[in-house]
Design a protein around this ligand. Sequence first.
Ligand code: ATP
Ligand code: MG
Length: 779
Amino acid sequence: MTTNARRPDERDESGAQNFIANIIEEDLASGRHSRVVTRFPPEPNGYLHIGHVKSICLNFGLARDFKGVCHLRMDDTNPTTEDVEYVENIQRDVRWLGFDWADKLFYASDYFDRLHGFAVELIKKGKAYVDSLSETEIREYRGTVTEPGRPSPYRDRSVEENLDLFERMRKGEFPEGAHVLRMKGDLASPNMKMRDWPMYRIKRAHHYRTGDKWCIYPLYDFAHSLSDAIEGITHSICTLEFENNRELYDWFVENVDVPARPRQYEFARLNLTYTVMSKRKLLELVKGGSVRGWDDPRMPTIAGMRRRGVTPEALRAFCEEVGVAKANSTVEVEKLEHFIRGDLDRRSPRVMAVLRPLKVVLENYPEDRVEEFDVPYFPDDAARGGARKVPFCREFYIEKDDFALDPPDKWHRLAPGREVRLRNAYIIKCHDVIKHPDTGEVVELRCTYDPASRGEGGAEGGRKVKGTLHWVSVRHALRAEVRLYDRLFRDERPDLVEEGVDWKTGLNPESLAVAEGAALEPSLATAEPGKHFQFERQGFFFVDPVDAKPGAPVFNRTVSLKDSWAKIAEPKAPPKAQERPKAEEKAAKRLTPEERLAGLDPARQAEVQRFEGRGLGREEAIVLAEDPALGRLFEEAAAAHASNLRGVASLVINELPRALKGKSVETLPFGGAAVGELVALIDDRTITPTIAKEVLLAMLEKGGSPRAIVEQKGMRQVSDASAIEPIVDRVIAEHAGEVARYRAGNQKLIGFFVGRVMKLSNGKANAELVNELLTRKLG
Ligand code: ATP
Ligand code: MG
């Protein structure tokens, strides 16, 4: 049994610097190695994902930094799941990331003959034997963490018998499972891997490269360590799960006559929120049709990210930033998005596209006139040249969200009587609003323009207005498909599901939305596949390289402009360590309030008292004290709407977490004041509590003031009897049976009638008024 001497990697606990680079530096300085050889060893049983990117950047990056070489090795020893399609795409993806293996492309399957030779060598040395126990028996004999293993009755077979049986295994004389070849380790070792771990098994399967030549295949630890040794790898870097395999790795390399003695080092694998990363799960998504393929832009695969418009530079910078650590952790996906944005920002020309169009007519602009503005692609960087013509005329679109009937404070966009600047064009003023006769939805705006305000800053000495909107001429608009991708999963940790629950239930049903009726500036008609653009004020978009046709581009939203990472990254009190993982939170919910209170530190317990002192219930107070971010939000909301603290608490404690679906309060795009305003809207009967939930969802999506959302979406509560009466009459007319029963004395049916009316009013009717009208009419 090998003793593991203390290694230099154990001195670096911080993870702040690349501890593997330190080791390499020392190895080169001490002359232990003269040249670094690393390898990236994917199994070609799926496409590479963002976790692999981390490993690729590390292995190829070290080779580059130390002027060594990195091999690309297909770890293809399991014939049943591997395929050339995967081999080809792995190569494509590594190259795309910007790395080069020169002529060092290898296949573990090319070593099958040599590996077989090593196995024979171990048998001859008495260090391997053929076992004929079944898989279950082998597991039983292996013992447990507390009990040593027992020797198999076949453990002492002679070398001759072992050689003979192994040869007959190779020739295909036995069925699968009849025998396995095991290393002869130490059955009392605390490391289960050392208790005679299997090396070879019988598998009658066609291999995509070696065909039917073999019916025995080497297992991971044996094949992997010795493939490293064959190639003269100096530093074999893998993820932490393989820490226990290291002893076995060393055992193989020491006991076989190989040209090199590579060493294994482990680092923390990359995990990302809102993402699953195992190839097995990704394959399940592909096969089950949850996505459109391995390269679906929602997939965390390199192929998917590439198609979405993510750049190799962004991925490399992200991996650099995440660093190489020894402790597993989960990185917020916002961080990745932050790096994608940062890279796209410098490379993407700015253009205008309206995703949810609202038509504007300029009443004082001649009907047949068309102006063409020369607009630079990089307005902030004059040196970067390049411009296109953008046509302007009497009718154009703006974003629906850029108009509010009754704007909140600090609204810098368009509203009745207000002025805004049209990007690269004129200042306009809104005079009239045309609504849909039935729905009341705003369908058109009537505006005038100020002819003197043409060009940035305004002609007459730069008349300034606060807001600037993007727009697209109606007559010239390009109608193209714009795909708005969102996260593939709703849950922050989709892999952490309770037992018996399918992890795919965490999929986000809205991960792909097509912007219906999007209107794009005409220059985009010739946008070439694979080009990046910034749609001003919207996000970064990429011309889909697969579905685009000449003259008919399809745009994928790579990432929106809103950077929520900066917000998350801000230092916040309390420090992160105090945040509890979700599973623990769930367990906490099952504790009694008393137990939860007892589990809090004295400062938090004092908080509970303080909240109780303000009139909140014990449980409410505990929830707020347990989550300081939630507590702070409550305080802010209470300050904004002090007249109904219980209402504020109820919204903060019940509705908000429900709407957040596991996301942290810190990711909210609005503060406590907006929450207070929302409760105020319920209290002054502007909206019903049902509508409040909808407003909350809209706030979560885009931020913004609840009052503005209510106005913009026409969500006001209806307290006008003349508007509700017709609905009440209709419900009474349609439910003659219930009416008769009510009149016969079944007063409980009032709830049924109120429910019907509320439903027909889309939840907007004032429930008290409905009740009153119904009671009166039902007599
Ligand atoms: P998966 O579980 O996704 O199938 P894997 O580890 O089985 O991944 P391999 O093809 O065997 O996939 O991995 C090739 C290399 O990439 C290995 O060295 C592995 O340690 C590394 N790797 C895989 N996933 C990650 C990750 N999330 N973070 C960092 N490295 C990873
Ligand atoms: Mg693997």
